[in-house]
Design a protein around this ligand. Structure first.
Ligand SMILES: C[S@@+](CC[C@H](N)C(=O)[O-])C[C@H]1O[C@@H](n2cnc3c(N)ncnc32)[C@H](O)[C@@H]1O
Length: 473
């Protein structure tokens, strides 16, 4: 038993029990009782709060969430990055900027992926041991479940009917698909992750906007194990009759066993193969497997801040290198101010999307190259000129040491590092800015001038961060 969390200033004390479950080697904690409530606690508005793993912090005021995230970014940069405490914003030596809040702390996600399953999560209350309450643990009964995975359970699905993070119409589509699934369990069996039998694996609902009218557009993507698209036609008809906002329905066939997301085949069951969205004055086509920032309105803010941090001359003389460029959105949004944008990305489909997005927006000074930035060879950099400014936006593991060494040799005037994981970002900044670190022997160093947290993910502990480095002369 113990008291949590250890940070007593928060005044939120829980009594909890810990133990090992079955043969598991992980220690699991179950909350027994709330002893005293956090100063900034609020009633969580979501009916699934505490059981769904999605929005863990919605029982804190949004203001308190922002303060916690800001503090977290500062502490990681100061300690792990070894930059020391930042004076207050605006004071000499300060590197921390105040966090940018999200204007819409709910219904901000333009993409939600739900899973099908044959076992429903049936916990009765918050933080109750799943072993006690999970009545289907040993029963052979086949059920229909469509929703989000119960935390820590790959085989149990919480049948979410209303997710407060997505658009209301997306919730209505979800409900229709769930009702249809309950009634057609035999014809459209959900995939069972234990036996690998069944047909329906995932449902993804994405939202965008018609670029002429600004009207909501939805894409519905059914990921199935087998290639039997005709089975889905009655459901497709029902969706399109009920929801004119749905302009695209696709079926991605994924026959792999296990969690692989590799798509064997894609069928367009209705409408177009993509939806569109407007960002920074450009139109982007988003297909079923394209990466696109999940919070569109806050991506607008993020990209504007990134552009400010690039401090481009704007006279069309500079070269911009956009590493981990995805579908090219960041680089393309700055293309008109530079001589040329070079984008580098691992996923071939994203590179194809980036090229198509460039063409759709009449941009001719952008080149997108497919490659793995975790496996740099001596040839890397030979297919583009030396850039003036580098934007790097890796996913959670951050940058590979070889890429950091490459950047130190490259000596671009500025590096703007966007990160969704301030811990790996702090580690990489330390290597780029401080001498004597393991494995990095280079006289080139950068100076950290700006850290800008941007809240892209309200109600969750996740935080996006823009950090700016200037080359030391
Ligand atoms: C956080 S996303 C950023 C995408 C883009 N900058 C944007 O804002 O839309 C990270 C991107 O890095 C790509 N990526 C992941 N690992 C990579 C690697 N080893 N080499 C190159 N790109 C990689 C992912 O496919 C993804 O598109």
């Amino acid at each position: 038993m113990g008291l949590s969390p250890p940070n007593l200033r928060r005044k939120h004390y829980w009594l909890f029990a810990c133990g090992f479950e079955g043969n598991s080697r992980s220690l699991i904690a179950y909350k027994l009782k709330t002893l005293s409530v956090h100063d900034n606690a609020v009633e969580a508005p979501c009916e699934y709060f505490g059981e769904c793993g999605g929005c863990k912090t919605q029982n804190l005021t949004y203001e308190a969430q922002l303060r916690e995230k800001e503090q977290q970014v500062h502490d990681l940069i100061a300690r792990l990055g070894k930059f020391g405490n930042s004076p207050l914003s605006g004071e000499p030596g300060s590197y921390m900027m105040p966090i940018v809040p999200c204007a819409t702390p709910y219904a901000y996600r333009n993409k939600m992926e739900f899973s099908y399953g044959t076992k429903k999560w049936k916990s009765k209350g918050l933080f109750v041991s799943p072993k006690l309450e999970d009545v289907n643990e040993s029963g052979p009964k086949l059920e229909f479940a469509l929703g989000l995975h119960a935390p820590g359970r790959f085989d149990k699905i919480m049948p979410i009917h209303n997710c407060l993070l997505q658009h209301d119409v997306s919730n209505q589509v979800l409900k229709l698909v769930q009702d249809h699934g309950e009634r057609h369990l035999e014809e459209l069996p959900p995939y069972d992750v234990r036996t690998h039998e069944g047909f329906l694996k995932h449902l993804t609902i994405r939202s965008g906007r018609d670029c002429e009218t600004g009207q909501l557009q939805l894409m519905v993507n059914f990921v199935t194990k087998g290639d039997k698209k005709d089975l889905l036609q009655p459901l497709v008809d029902q969706i399109t009759t009920s929801f004119p906002q749905v302009v695209s329905i696709v079926n991605n066939v994924n026959s792999a066993v296990g969690p692989s997301s590799i798509v064997d085949k894609e069928h367009v069951l209705y409408g177009k193969a993509y939806i569109t969205e407007r960002l920074r004055g450009l139109v982007f086509e988003i297909s079923a497997n394209s990466f696109f920032q999940t919070n569109t309105s806050q991506a607008e803010v993020l990209y504007q801040k990134v552009e400010e941090q690039c401090a481009l001359k704007g006279d069309g003389s500079e070269v911009l290198l956009d590493l981990f460029c995805g579908t090219g959105t960041i680089g393309l949004s700055m293309a008109k101010r530079v001589k040329h944008v070079y984008g580098y990305e691992l996923v071939q489909e994203a590179v194809v999307d980036a090229r198509r997005n460039a063409a759709r927006n009449g941009i001719q000074n952008a080149t997108f190259i497919q490659g793995d930035l975790n496996k740099l060879t001596d040839e890397f950099g030979k297919d583009f000129p030396r850039p003036d400014v580098v934007i790097t936006d890796p996913n959670r593991p951050g940058m590979h040491i070889k890429l950091i060494k490459y950047l130190l040799q490259l000596r671009a005037r500025r590096i703007v590092y966007i990160s969704c994981n301030p811990a790996t970002c702090a580690r990489d900044l330390d290597l780029l800015c401080h001498t004597g670190d393991e494995g990095v022997e280079s006289p080139t160093r950068y100076r950290l001038v700006h850290v800008q947290p941007v809240d892209m993910f309200p109600q969750t502990p996740h935080i996006e961060c823009i950090t700016t480095l200037e080359l030391c002369e």
